[in-house]
Write a protein that binds this ligand. Structure first.
Ligand SMILES: NC(=O)c1ccc[n+]([C@@H]2O[C@H](COP(=O)([O-])OP(=O)(O)OC[C@H]3O[C@@H](n4cnc5c(N)ncnc54)[C@H](O)[C@@H]3O)[C@@H](O)[C@H]2O)c1
Length: 261
């Protein structure tokens, strides 16, 4: 998107190198743009090379530094190559946002096919596992690093009609807490963000299934509106920055009191 302005910089990530998965669209794209605006050199990654390259271009056009690397987070060889590229290009990985995900099937649990279940878990939970496995190895060698995994409000409460998605997001919180404790003495912080319903292509596709679904989603939100990807990105920025130096193992809701209700 030529001519797009990066938000005003305060340099929260100056000198840092960051990896963002699922950065072609939606929340990941907003995180990549914000991290670059805050001074990070960003590796933009996604399975969608066309839109991923577009995110890279948007960062560069706005004066930031970025490279794009195509990778499917559910494939360990591709994840290993992605992490290698991050280190080759930018020497280190200070911040990693494991954000790639899919909505999975929308049906009651007893109607979900096992193949759909497996695919959703492989991308959403397996992807976070594989990315963390390879990122943590680099960060432990460095003696520092900050990881943010994109979970969801669906990681904390039931999500009728989306059982595989809900289970995958609950699983991400278990992985996050375990990795945070395992790496606490190594200078590596691991946190999760739990966005509420946010206006992205994934959410638009979910709402398009049925007008009743759209109504139900909007009714569930105390503020009466969806979040903006940029609002979710702010939480990832803070958690990845040195300002959150004593925060690890946290699951931060960014949902305008939806789960609190
Ligand atoms: N939009 C919401 O309301 C909402 C709410 C809570 C959590 N989330 C989570 O936020 C994250 C981003 O979602 P979004 O709403 O921005 O959706 P989105 O569909 O706009 O973005 C997801 C990105 O992940 C990429 N992706 C999908 N499968 C991949 C794979 N196997 N490997 C690498 N990349 C892959 C897609 O190409 C896409 O660019 C997801 O983990 C999602 O579950 C979204």
């Amino acid at each position: 998107m030529r001519g797009e302005q990066l938000p005003a910089m305060t340099g929260m990530l100056t000198g840092k190198s960051a990896l963002v998965t699922g950065a072609a669209t939606g929340i990941g794209r907003a995180i990549a743009l914000l991290f670059a605006a805050e001074g990070a050199r960003v590796v933009v990654s996604d399975v969608d090379a066309v839109r991923g390259e577009e995110t890279r271009r948007a960062i560069e056009d706005a004066g930031g530094a970025a490279v794009f690397c195509a990778a499917d987070v559910s494939d360990e060889a591709q994840v290993a190559s992605l992490i290698e590229l991050c280190v080759q290009r930018f020497d280190r990985i200070d911040c990693a946002v494991n954000n790639a995900g899919i909505a999975g099937p929308t049906a009651p649990l007893h109607e979900v096919g096992f193949a759909d279940w497996s695919r959703t878990l492989a991308i959403n939970l397996g992807g976070v596992f594989l990315c963390m496995k390879h990122e943590i190895a680099v960060m432990r060698r460095q003696g520092s690093g900050a990881i943010v995994n994109t979970a969801s409000g669906a990681g904390l409460v039931a999500t009728p009609g989306m059982a595989p998605y809900c289970a995958s997001k609950h699983g991400i919180l278990g992985l996050t807490k375990t990795a945070a404790v395992e790496n606490a003495s190594s200078g590596v912080r691991v946190n999760a963000i739990c966005p509420g319903s946010t206006d992205t292509p994934m959410m638009q596709a979910t709402m398009a299934i049925d007008p009743a679904v759209k109504k139900m989603i909007l009714r569930s939100m105390p503020g009466g509106r969806l979040g903006r990807p940029e609002e979710i990105a702010e939480a990832a920025l803070w958690l990845c920055s040195d300002r959150a130096s004593f925060v690890s193992g946290e699951a931060m809701l960014v949902d305008y009191a939806t789960v609190a209700r």
